[in-house]
Design a protein. Structure first.
Length: 132
């Protein structure tokens, strides 16, 4: 049976460097998908860059609603702006950052009902690569 999810019912997640509101996920009745609204604040002077994360067994599809930024993977940076879509393969380290004075707003789609179970956050690229 179809369901409607409202923004007011979204669960706010405690994730490093971004405000993430999970609208659809397994704990809300989904079987094979999760959907998040994410906002990444503009960088502050002197603030360290957020480390990457990885989704071990599923892809992430990101649609940029507003703002501009960069999605960094291992060795490559992709400039993104409103209207762009980014596909991150399973197992690829990545991080998305705002690059302007306005927040970067994203819709993030995952083909799993439990994103947290297959995701690992790192404090830096060195830690992610096992150098720390």
């Amino acid at each position: 049976m179809a369901r409607v999810f409202t923004p007011a019912g979204a669960r706010t997640l405690s994730l490093p460097g971004r405000l993430s509101r999970e609208i659809v996920a397994g704990d809300r009745g989904a079987e094979h998908v999760s959907f998040r609204l994410v906002e990444i604040a503009p960088p502050k002077s002197g603030e360290p860059r957020r480390g990457p994360h990885v989704h071990h067994s599923f892809e992430e599809c990101i649609y940029v609603l507003a703002g501009s930024g960069v999605t960094e993977t291992e060795g490559v940076e992709y400039a993104v702006e409103a209207g762009d879509t980014i596909l991150i393969p399973a197992g690829e380290l990545h991080v998305t950052r705002a690059t302007e004075d306005e927040p970067l707003r994203l819709l993030c789609f995952f083909p799993t009902a439990d994103v947290g179970a297959g995701t690992k956050e790192f404090s830096s690229w060195d830690e992610a690569r096992g150098r720390k």
